[in-house]
Ligand binder design. Sequence first.
Ligand code: CTP
Length: 399
Amino acid sequence: MFKDKHILLGVTGGIAAYKAVELLRLLKKAGANVNVIVTKSALKFVGKTTFEVLSENPVLSDLYFDTQSLVKHIDLATWADAAVIAPATANTIAKLAHGIADDALSTTLLAVTAPVMICPSMNTDMYQNIRVQRNLDILETDGWHIIDPDSGVLACKAVGAGRLPDPWFILDRLEAILTRKDLKGKKILVSAGPTVEPIDPVRFVSNHSSGKMGYAIARAAEKRGGTVTLVSGPVNLDAPVGIERIDVETCEQMASQMLSNLDQADIIIKVAAVADYKPIDPKTSKIKKKDNNNKDLCISMTENPDILKLIGEKKTKDQFVVGFAAETDDLEKNALLKIKKKNLDMIAANLVGSSDSGFKADTNKVKLFFRDGSLFDIPLMEKEKVANILIDQVIKKMG
Ligand code: CTP
């Protein structure tokens, strides 16, 4: 997303200015070309050299002394694909809200027509002050994006809202702003992760699913403007930003959540690795070794409901249903059989067993099979990219 994008990073004078350094590093790592504009007070917190070295560009702090160009503020404003002000102080927010242009940053921002993201950071009382809130409302109404500050212990020792969010979060939201909103107005229901079927209160039957592929799809769909509900089995991943996550454990719980959210969904993507079988009779207290007289332990299992098949039976002609198939043999034959058996529009199939694709990897390699017999090959790449290509194909097929 950020490769060769032109990002203007505005830094104002708050203690959180040090986090702007990390944000700059993340932007550069993601491939962005960054120009930094600092206010005079920002330079009291972080030196210009730091921003210059990391951005590999001159840093603008004074319109009259800094530059060879007489219209540097216009050059930068025209150059920018997006601008992010992090941290944004109450003073700069007030100036921007009222069109005051009395330093390099506020003057440049008056000429920016690209999307602008403001990340306020200050003491809680200042942040909640009616004037600051009014100014933020003005900027939001004018179409700029405001990122709410985090709550916690502030530099002034007060506890409350006012902390600059983590740089990765700001980067994530900037990516969302820059993403084309081709899923706007669409509701997407995604399932991810494994299901866990109890044997007794301390043991269970499950599988190796990490949830990474399903979470990547949910995140990509949200950034593309979709309203996403993610039904997730137990995974070690943070809840994605801007998404309703419903946590479940068993196949029965996943089935119930998927089916109760089904009617509202336009696109259903069933990535979860559901346990096909569950213990018939899960014990309410821990099975002790001595209960078994040192003999082999047999656990009788019964079949779980096939959630995707139930969804396929209920789906309307306007809904688009995608399944996933992890296979060890006969990929194409099994994938096509599952499309038919479960009444799917598309199935994303991959061969498991390789370390660079499948359950725990950060990369994946899948073949998309469609109901009409067509095929689309996604070679090995990061799951984030696979997710976006898969969504491109869904949108294309849905017309
Ligand atoms: N699936 C499901 N409910 C189940 C089993 C699978 O919803 N009880 C869904 C998965 O989420 C996936 C698709 O069906 O989208 C295919 O899952 P997979 O495990 O590959 O296929 P199965 O139907 O379980 O068949 P088999 O295990 O025999 O390959």
